[in-house]
Design a binder for this molecule. Sequence first.
Ligand SMILES: Nc1ncnc2c1ncn2[C@@H]1O[C@H](COP(=O)(O)OP(=O)(O)O)[C@@H](O)[C@H]1O
Ligand SMILES: [Mg+2]
Length: 380
Amino acid sequence: MASDVRLDRVTKTYGDFHAVDDVSLHIQAGEFMSVLGSSGAGKSTVLKMVGGFELPDTGTITIGEQDVTFAPPYRRDVNTVFQSYALFPHMTVAENVAYGPRQDRVSRAERTTQVRDALDMVQLLHLANRKPDQLSGGQQQRVALARALVKRPSVLLLDEPLGALDRKLRQQMQVELKLLQHRLELTFMFVTHDQEEALAMSDRIAVMRNGRIEQIGSPVELYDEPRTAYVAGFIGSQNFIGGTIDTTNPEQLIADSGAVLAASRVAQGAATAVRAVAAVRPENVRLSHEKPTDGSNTIAGRIVTVVMLGDSLEYVLVTDQGQEYLARVPRFGDRLPETGEKVWMHWPRERTSLFSAEGLEQQEPRFAQDQGAQNSRAAG
Ligand SMILES: Nc1ncnc2c1ncn2[C@@H]1O[C@H](COP(=O)(O)OP(=O)(O)O)[C@@H](O)[C@H]1O
Ligand SMILES: [Mg+2]
């Protein structure tokens, strides 16, 4: 059965560097929790402390009813799947999975049953006698998963387990993992730097930055109600327009270009910030040839590139001041503008949020990392 996992004010330093800084996190039994953050954020260190491969300096970790803060890995009801899953090349799939139980001196008969069950869970029974080099990358990853599941832990820790797989296979495995988690009713703690992956799989996501948890929430909460500019930009893609908060109206930003932008959401800390940003997602931006007169937020720009995304087009625009912004518009509708044209970007106040600009320097400055944005720049 699944257990809950609780980290309470956990800190880990290396020398005087705070790799994990006062992290508290409660994962419910049976929950799929992702820990999301860029490289160096402290994700793996958190996971290693739950697994028992690192010990915290301060704080406590409990799994179910048990305080495991200083317990060795084999005393914890968890198992870990790492990105580099190093199967034994000279052993068959079944022997790889049997390795752990054999070390634990599980009887041969019992072992056979355990291995069969574990291989069945990941749908690899039919390949039990193959060697790892006779398997695809995805199949090898499933063997690694079976190896972690064979002891029937109540919590599974996964550290970027799909990182080595290509995009298509990764998406398949995301679905499989999610189904498996449901079927086995296990608690999953899943580390990734890939926001799409976290959005697709998680019940909740903990976003980490600089060793701290910046926000915890469901995918929808993080997408719709990010508390900081960092989270707003890290989850999905985002246009950030820099400026200062209007001293006479805290729901307005005076952009560096002089444009006045109205918002319906003002994040905590924005009103008193020295530098602030207005944020609008590309899918909420529309383009028109005439300047809209309905009071929506507007910025003029020239189209540099158009990228076909299937049901929508992604436009990269540049303003007279040289800022780049993205607009993602449905393909079917009015006459769509083309590369080189001068247009008005516009979007409603209700789709605009204001944040303190703090934390944005760690991201790609104009818009957050996003597959579409990366593609569009590569294509442009
Ligand atoms: N054993 C170690 N000794 C010194 N620094 C470490 C050690 N392990 C991790 N770090 C540092 O701690 C920070 C967080 O690392 P890590 O948890 O691996 O980040 P992530 O998994 O989010 O990429 C990084 O800056 C890393 O260099
Ligand atoms: Mg890591």
